[in-house]
Design a binder for this molecule. Structure first.
Ligand code: URA
Length: 190
């Protein structure tokens, strides 16, 4: 039977595929336009996301909104999801076993969305989506293409909150994303 957003979300909300389900307040399935041409992927929910069930609503999310605004993009035009849908305790990196247990949901979200572009937010998402040995310091802002989908990674907004020196490079990466949107997207205007 064909997959649907409703069936996928319902399955995700009752998932107990790894130990992260034990301490969660909410599953953070994903948010945004289900016909978006652009998929943004973070690593996993933080405290505020766990409380609200929505990705990128805490301090990193505020910065993400500001970053998108630089290129005239907002949340209504993109879809936002994470590699893992439940909060890792103390905001630690999600373990490989947790990522493996959860990746099927992101794969199915991607299959339903059929994005033209995937922007990985940070190292964890870039390693899971672009390539296992992705080096965020050396390879952020570079473009990769797989089965017609254009992919790139930028520094995670949390890293940009901690380290202001990374912001100029991120500005260039955002301008490159804007140019790529103009090149490959048909109904996303920036
Ligand atoms: N960091 C992430 O990677 N994802 C969120 O949803 C929030 C913070």
């Amino acid at each position: 039977m064909a997959d649907s957003w409703e069936a996928l979300e319902a399955e995700c909300l009752r998932c107990n595929g790894c130990a992260l389900c034990e301490k969660r307040q909410h599953v953070v399935f994903g948010d945004g336009a289900r016909d978006a041409e652009i998929l943004l992927v973070g690593e996993g929910p933080g405290q505020r996301e766990d409380e609200q069930g929505v990705p990128f609503v805490g301090p990193a999310g505020q910065l993400l909104d500001d970053m998108l605004e630089i290129i005239h993009l907002d949340r209504t035009k993109v879809y936002v999801a994470n590699i893992v849908k439940c909060r890792p305790p103390g905001n630690r990196d999600p373990l490989n076993v947790e990522q493996d247990a959860c990746m099927g949901f992101l794969r199915r979200q991607t299959a339903l969305l059929r994005p033209k572009m995937i922007v990985c937010l940070g190292r964890i998402a870039a390693k899971a989506i672009i390539k296992e040995d992705f080096r965020i310091t050396a390879e952020h802002g570079q473009w990769f293409e797989r089965r017609g989908v254009h992919m790139t990674a930028i520094y995670h907004p949390s890293a940009l909150l901690r380290d202001l020196s990374k912001r100029p490079e991120t500005f260039s990466d955002l301008k490159s994303i804007q140019a790529k949107i103009r090149e490959v997207c048909s109904h996303t205007t920036v």
